[in-house]
Design a protein around this ligand. Structure first.
Ligand SMILES: Cc1cc2nc3c(=O)[nH]c(=O)nc-3n(C[C@H](O)[C@H](O)[C@H](O)COP(=O)(O)O)c2cc1C
Length: 194
């Protein structure tokens, strides 16, 4: 049975701090479990529209019923994943807008779960998740985004097994200087598959 890892990258920078740390996770997973199928979705390229609160998902439906944007591929991938990693910078104390749009569209699966539905479609042995957040600040700046992502993981039925909160990173190359940070990201990769 294939083990699928889905990573969602939330930064506007395709090659910044959060991506550097995410790549350490993916490299480690690749070394330990070359059989894992890896997909990386960039939120800024996914073209997911915001939730319009149309209410259709509160009825007898599975997931969001709105068509015409990039949501449905991501919804299927999220439901089928065994491992989910979200890597994102903090923007204005929260998540960057395209990533927040993805999280908000989970509302439909939240309703489905409320009605007793089974969100996960994978049959694998585990549903583990990891979180990487980067920021220019430190300490308190992570809490709001962390809370939102934890709610998303709960809705999808993922256990959060490890996280890297990387502060004091302003320019795009900051994460490259911190051996400790890169080690922490590699440790997260190990936790996700061991
Ligand atoms: C629009 C925008 C808003 C930001 N808001 C915050 C913030 O509220 N708090 C903070 O500590 N850093 C903030 N930052 C800094 C980024 O979180 C930080 O540079 C991060 O390391 C970028 O990661 P990346 O290289 O993966 O994009 C902001 C950056 C941008 C572009």
């Amino acid at each position: 049975m294939t083990t699928r890892l889905l990573a969602i990258h939330g930064s506007a920078r395709s090659r910044g701090n959060s991506r550097r740390l995410l790549d350490q996770v993916l490299e480690t997973v690749g070394e330990l479990r070359p059989d894992v199928e890896v997909e990386v979705v960039r939120a800024y390229e996914a073209r997911v529209d915001p939730c319009m609160a149309c209410g259709a998902c509160e009825e007898d439906e599975i997931g969001c019923q709105r068509l015409g944007d990039g949501w449905h591929d991501i919804e299927s991938a999220l439901r089928a994943a065994d491992i989910l990693v979200i890597a994102s910078p903090v923007y204005f104390m929260g998540l960057p807008a395209p990533l927040k749009a993805i999280v908000d569209r989970l509302q439909a699966l939240w309703w489905y779960r409320e009605r007793g539905g089974q969100v996960a479609t994978n049959e694998g042995p585990f549903r583990r998740s990891g979180l990487i957040l980067t920021a220019a600040g430190n300490d308190k700046v992570f809490a709001p985004s962390r809370r939102v992502i934890k709610a998303a993981f709960n809705t999808l039925g993922f256990e959060l097994v490890g996280e890297v909160m990387a502060g004091d990173l302003d320019g795009p190359d900051g994460a490259g200087d911190g051996t400790e940070l890169l080690d922490a990201a590699r440790a997260l990769g190990r936790t996700l598959v061991e």
